[in-house]
Design a protein around this ligand. Sequence first.
Ligand SMILES: C[S@@+](CC[C@H](N)C(=O)[O-])C[C@H]1O[C@@H](n2cnc3c(N)ncnc32)[C@H](O)[C@@H]1O
Length: 275
Amino acid sequence: MSIRPRKQFGQHWLKSEYALDQIIEAAELKQSDRILEIGPGTGILTRRLLKTAGVVVAVEIDRDLCTKLVKTFANQENFLLLQGDILSLDLDSHLTSFPKFAHPNKVVANIPYNITSPILEKLLGSVAKPAANPYCTIVLLIQKEVAERLVAKPATKAYNGLSVKTQYLASCEWITDVPARAFYPPPKVDSAVIRLRPQPSQETVDNPKKLENLINMGFANRRKMLRNNLKGIIDGDLLTQILEQLEINPHCRAEELSLEQWIALSSAILINHAT
Ligand SMILES: C[S@@+](CC[C@H](N)C(=O)[O-])C[C@H]1O[C@@H](n2cnc3c(N)ncnc32)[C@H](O)[C@@H]1O
């Protein structure tokens, strides 16, 4: 590989054809698709995307890579490269000057692992404020441990606050494992491809901000019972009563509650219950 990877930007070049095939297949690309790729790197995934999708907008932070990418894809009319930080870049306003690339409908990317959570929040929004115009499909290659959390079921080791909050915002599917040896240089951990399909939650939520606070507080200390983690906002006896009404074990821990139970609990705890 001619371009030396930079650690500061989480650069690990994907070299597995199998992983690339899986990413492309999971994205279910069509000619009408407008793709956002985060971190095109040397362009290995970009090349595949350009073959099948309508247009590709790529955001790359590394100036030297951008210089190379511009040369590599000089003749591609369906490719737009933006140099910048995906976390701070205002994509919509940049794309107003390039109507052909405006409003990407899918995200497909092998992202830098150190900024996975902020990227997820940028793409999905938060429980309190979901993204206004969500992407229809998001296919990401991420650290395996995080991928496990995104798809985790209640009462399993991987299930945590990130699981509940992400599953509230999107359906999360496991696509495939990607071992560390599939990259150059190999990262210290294994990876996985996941597919997210953002969706409005099925349940009606009276106050999403309250739900988000409840999940954050509930998972604050994993070893404590939910009742103890929520002491700061609701009296223990009252919470026990509410949990019993919802047919939830009053001695449960946060990781035992399903998304539907978190939503039911949030609705049952009135603001004026707070101590
Ligand atoms: C794991 S590499 C993937 C590169 C390439 N897509 C591949 O699959 O081989 C992550 C890429 O994201 C870029 N990157 C890192 N931080 C970024 C940020 N904040 N905004 C945009 N790109 C970023 C890196 O420079 C690198 O090209």
